[in-house]
Ligand binder design. Structure first.
Ligand SMILES: Cc1cc2nc3c(=O)[nH]c(=O)nc-3n(C[C@H](O)[C@H](O)[C@H](O)COP(=O)(O)O)c2cc1C
Length: 206
């Protein structure tokens, strides 16, 4: 009899413990954080190629203002100063003259599919985007993505490059380009802020 009472008592104790453990569980309508998944607040990606740092500066401002993730497009074979000396017949000049050239990119963007808005930044090379931007556009699936571009140059406008990208990739949903000549870079923060606020993207994922 004593043994039966003890068994009953132990069973009840176990049931009480299980009930408390259940209360400590994550509520059924919440899912625990999965660090491998960007959360709902991180659906904006800023991607940029920058050989001498100008476009990078703008990319950082956009990423800061939107709270977006940022990824640099780096050439698998990095550009040297000599490669970049333009109108000398150097590497960059030859690449821009060759419509089929697609310089290889080092690395890949993790979880590209998780982003719904992508900003793509680049310098202007010979009036258009560097060929490596085309490598990037042809390496990922842009279906259902909204794409903004931004560009920097010594003095050229960014319109020619933006229109060329839209013509070349009609399947990509390019919305707008924000361009800076070198003399406009000092006012980049204010212009980026105004642009993002016009797009309704300021602090969207901060
Ligand atoms: C190969 C090459 C071609 C360029 N072509 C032009 C051009 O057509 N028009 C222009 O205004 N600037 C041109 N530039 C200057 C860059 O667009 C400008 O310095 C830009 O801000 C560089 O950006 P980054 O520092 O992000 O690389 C060229 C630069 C290079 C290296």
């Amino acid at each position: 009899m004593k043994r039966n009472l003890f068994a009953l008592f132990t069973a009840m104790l176990c049931l009480i413990c299980l009930a408390f453990a259940g209360c400590a569980d994550v509520p059924s309508d919440e899912t625990p954080d999965d660090p491998s998944e960007p959360d709902a607040g991180h659906d904006v990606l800023v991607v940029y190629f920058s050989a001498t740092g100008n476009t990078e500066g703008v990319a950082e401002i956009i990423a800061d203002d939107t709270g977006a993730d940022i990824w640099e497009i780096e050439a698998a074979d990095p550009y040297t100063e000599e490669d970049l000396a333009y109108y000398t017949g150097g590497r960059a000049d030859r690449e821009q003259d060759d419509e089929t050239c697609r310089p290889e990119i080092a690395g890949t963007v993790a979880d590209f599919a998780e982003y719904d808005t992508v900003f793509i930044g680049h310098p202007i090379w010979h009036g258009i985007a560097p060929r490596i931007i085309q490598t990037f556009l042809e390496s990922y699936d842009f279906a259902d993505k909204t794409v903004y571009t931004f560009s920097t140059s010594a003095s050229s406008s960014g319109n020619g490059a933006f229109n060329a990208l839209k013509r070349e990739y009609p399947e990509i949903n390019f919305i707008e380009n924000l361009h800076f000549t070198s003399s406009q870079l000092s006012s980049a923060e204010g212009r980026v802020e105004a642009w993002l606020s016009e797009l309704g993207l300021t602090g969207r994922s901060a």
